[in-house]
Design a protein around this ligand. Structure first.
Ligand code: OAD
Length: 250
């Protein structure tokens, strides 16, 4: 497949399933997961903070890291990649499914999931916290009002409502994503290193179902060899090339 046939395939596809990773939010100024951390946090690997063991050992430390990320994410804005995916949803309606591994909430803020298709935040959302006793989920207050660790209305300690290493993904969201990818004519895999399962396995569900995989990533990944077409571009430029009518085209 070349760019022209990838564009055509996307245009005629009735069912499109999209998987995004941290690369989609890079242009919004949010560092990717496997980028080096900066400042105080450079001493820690994200893998060593995003785990039940880390939280059990030092909840204040883990909450301080999440509170900082929550503040950064609220100050960031969706970028053209997020907006182009909303346009794609508008075209495909119920045939559109967007599964994201990002916890920054930027797809939802751009409007994904409100144009006839579905958005599944497979790894949770930084702006939510969960009562450690009852499991109830609550939005976090404004960063300025946030005291750590946050307490639920019942007075119990809350934890970030994100999926940590070694934990299961939300069952219904994962099942819906697997079904959407298995039925998709095209799986569009954008800005993810595709090393964390089960999300990384979704492209295989599409191949097994007879669909094709298109990847957008400035770097090759483990999924590149499975893709019919791999666009070596940033998310925003790659989506623009794939989805937007260009005047000089004939
Ligand atoms: P990573 O940080 O592993 O990968 C980011 C990917 O984005 C890399 O493949 C980069 O080449 C690519 N990239 C960088 N800039 C880009 C840009 N402007 N446009 C497009 N792509 C770009 O992040 P994820 O793959 O999202 O899970 O990581 C997956 C999961 O690993 C995370 O959700 C997190 C972590 O474990 C949990 O915390 C459970």
């Amino acid at each position: 497949m070349d760019l022209r046939s990838a564009r055509a395939a996307l245009q005629i596809a009735r069912r499109v399933a999209v998987l995004t990773g941290a690369g989609v939010s890079a242009a919004s100024g949010i560092p990717t997961f496997r980028d080096a951390q900066s400042g105080h946090w450079a001493r820690f690997r994200p893998e060593d903070l995003a785990s039940p063991e880390a939280y059990a050992a030092d909840p204040e430390l883990v909450w301080a890291w999440y509170a900082g990320r929550y503040r950064d994410v609220l100050a960031a804005q969706p970028n053209p990649a997020h907006h182009l995916l909303v346009r794609l949803e508008q075209q495909k309606g119920a045939g559109f499914f967007l599964a994201t591994q990002n916890v920054d909430g930027l797809h939802a803020r751009a409007g994904s999931g409100t144009r006839g298709g579905r958005l599944a935040e497979l790894h949770g959302n930084l702006a939510l916290a969960r009562d450690e006793v009852t499991g109830e989920v609550f939005p976090l207050p404004d960063p300025a009002q946030l005291s750590l660790p946050p307490l639920s209305p019942a007075g119990h300690r809350m934890r970030p409502n994100v999926v940590w290493f070694g934990e299961y993904l939300p069952e219904e969201a994962l099942r819906a994503a697997q079904q959407a990818f298995a039925q998709a004519d095209i799986a569009l895999i954008i800005g993810t290193s595709a090393v964390v399962y089960p999300a990384a396995g979704l492209a295989r569900d599409t191949l097994l179902g007879g669909g094709k995989v298109i990847e957008i990533n400035p770097e090759p990944t483990d999924l590149t060899r499975l893709a019919s077409f791999s666009l070596r571009e940033t998310a925003e430029r790659g989506l623009d090339l794939l989805l937007t009518e260009h005047l000089n085209e004939h």
